[in-house]
Design a binder for this molecule. Structure first.
Ligand code: ATP
Length: 501
């Protein structure tokens, strides 16, 4: 089944404004989807903010001062190449069209290259029309602040959350008495008027980012105390700029070997942390790889940028980016605002300008990766394999049949579990097989069933989604066992061994 129809049918995501035909590039999260996304956000916030001592959270405005976007370069440069069909007037993203029609990589191409290579291409929609010369199109959504629609009132919906962080950098550093190195983190919506939104949640016009700007003293370059956390012998798939230029394949290497390629220790460390987070939320290493930007892709201020790519059904694509942004953003805001954004270094007795590593996650692309990877079939029925702590429903409780007091007992157990685990669901409708199948489809890891043996004090069964295997446990042990399974303190195999089922 196509992912979109599954996501809708199972209550995760649907196109926004569907009863009016849907608005392209906008998505509404449904009950299961919002639960999954919230669980991911809270896992991200715990992992990168609450568990650390060097990270400060914030939540900035979607519409901020328009000068922010002039200073950041977005007004001038945040563009994609667009081509329009002379005949049917359909619009296409020029680089994507080239990739599709000619199968060439476009990262290294200039506008002149794109124009030349598109010369003999006809419109893919009407199949006949010639294409106009490609133009640059600014992706920021515009609006007006106040009642008058005039140039002075023009403002933009933020195309990234990062700039809220840069403009509050000095304030937060002072208020929190933060000492370098430290980071600032934010989760929030971003808006881009993408020319051709597609591939479901992958490229939409409204999406959610989870971004970190990590500020480092220029003297601490290459002196990252956290690199000791890296599992140096651990393996990772890497696609270096050099391999891409020489048309070679990505290679598997150890983090030790990668450290010879990613020169900046802080950059390496943040790549490792971001990669570790993806493993933590259940993405498999075989579906992940690190890809270095080739020189033409790099923003002029970036020394080095790496994407973490996921193997989506439509190919390897950027799940997130980890960029070395230098001190570009702070310098720009200092220049345009006239405010001194440097920090005073007590030892050097002078002001210094930090440089920045930016790990930038796209939450919707992560939701999509998790759904794509988790989707599987058993006996022709869908089983969604999610990490238990991410599942929208963590435990379902059923009476085997809705009579003889089984339903009352099951409902009492449900109420008891609901208090502790919250994401608990009670169902007594339809055959038990259908009830299990409904739960497998939305990724519910554990189903508890009350049967006739339960009525004789023999305990209840717990069924594990991934294998459909069941064990019988005493009721008084339920809270304990389910707690350690959902927190992943113990594995299913572990529990099976201990209970002797
Ligand atoms: P792409 O090259 O795919 O357009 P990008 O390099 O422009 O992405 P960034 O500006 O680095 O993306 O944004 C950081 C992250 O935000 C991306 O890694 C991605 O996860 C997410 N993101 C960016 N654009 C979109 C979009 N249109 N829809 C969904 N997520 C997005």
């Amino acid at each position: 089944m196509e992912l979109l129809s599954f996501a809708k049918k199972a209550g995760f995501v649907t196109i926004s404004g569907e009863i009016y035909g849907g608005l392209k590039g906008f998505w509404d999260y449904l009950p299961r989807g919002v639960a999954l996304k919230n669980a991911l956000k809270s896992a991200w916030w715990d992992f990168f903010v609450r568990e650390r001592e060097d990270m400060y959270g914030m939540d900035g405005a979607v519409i901020t001062h328009p000068k922010v976007w002039v200073a950041s370069g977005h007004v001038e440069n945040f563009t994609d190449p667009i081509v329009i069909c002379k005949r049917c007037h359909k619009q296409f993203r020029a680089d994507h069209l080239l990739e599709e029609v000619k199968g060439i990589k476009t990262e290294n191409l200039t506008m002149e290259d794109i124009e030349r290579l598109l010369k003999d291409v006809r419109c893919p929609a009407c199949k006949k029309g010639e294409l106009e010369a490609p133009q640059r199109f600014n992706l920021m959504f515009r609006t007006f602040v106040g009642p008058k629609e005039e140039k002075e009132a023009e403002a933009f919906l933020r195309p990234e959350t990062a700039q809220n962080i840069f403009v509050n950098f000095k304030l937060i550093a002072e208020i929190m008495r933060a000492k370098l190195p430290f980071g600032m983190a934010q989760i929030g919506k971003a808006f881009r008027n993408e020319i051709s939104p597609r591939n479901f949640l992958f490229r939409s016009r409204e999406f959610e980012q989870a971004e970190i700007e990590y500020f480092i003293h220029p003297d601490q370059k290459n002196k990252c105390p956290y690199v000791k956390e890296i599992d140096w012998e651990g393996k990772v798939a890497v696609y270096t700029a050099e391999a891409q230029i020489n048309m070679q394949e990505p290679e598997i290497m150890s983090w030790k070997e990668l450290s010879k390629i990613v020169k900046d220790e802080w950059h390496l460390y943040w790549l490792y942390k971001a990669y570790s987070f993806f493993l933590y939320v259940g993405l498999e290493s075989k579906n992940l790889r690190l890809r270095q930007h080739v020189p033409e892709e790099l923003s002029h201020y970036s020394e080095d940028t790496w994407d973490i790519e996921f193997n989506y059904s439509f190919g390897w694509r950027e799940l997130m980016g980890v960029a070395n942004r230098g001190s570009y953003d702070l310098e720009q805001h200092m220049k345009y605002s006239g405010k001194d954004l440097r920090l005073f270094d007590d030892n050097l007795k002078q002001k210094i300008m930090p440089y920045v590593i930016e790990p930038s996650f796209g939450l919707d692309r992560l939701v999509m990766a998790i759904l794509e990877q988790g989707y599987s079939l058993r006996d022709n029925k869908i089983v969604l394999k999610l990490k238990p702590f991410l599942a929208p429903v963590k435990i379902a409780v059923f009476p085997l049949v809705k009579k003889d007091g089984l339903d009352k007992k099951a409902f009492d157990i449900y109420k008891h579990l609901k208090k502790r685990f919250k994401d608990v669901f009670y169902d007594d409708k339809g055959s038990i097989g259908k009830r299990y199948a409904r739960m497998d489809e939305i990724g519910t890891p554990y189903c508890i069933t009350v049967d006739y043996e339960s009525m004789e004090g023999q305990g209840v069964t717990i069924r594990w989604r991934d294998t459909a295997e069941q064990i019988r446990v005493k009721e008084e042990r339920l809270l304990d066992i389910l707690g350690s399974l959902i927190n992943e303190e113990k594995s299913w195999e572990n529990i099976v061994k201990v209970t002797g089922s």
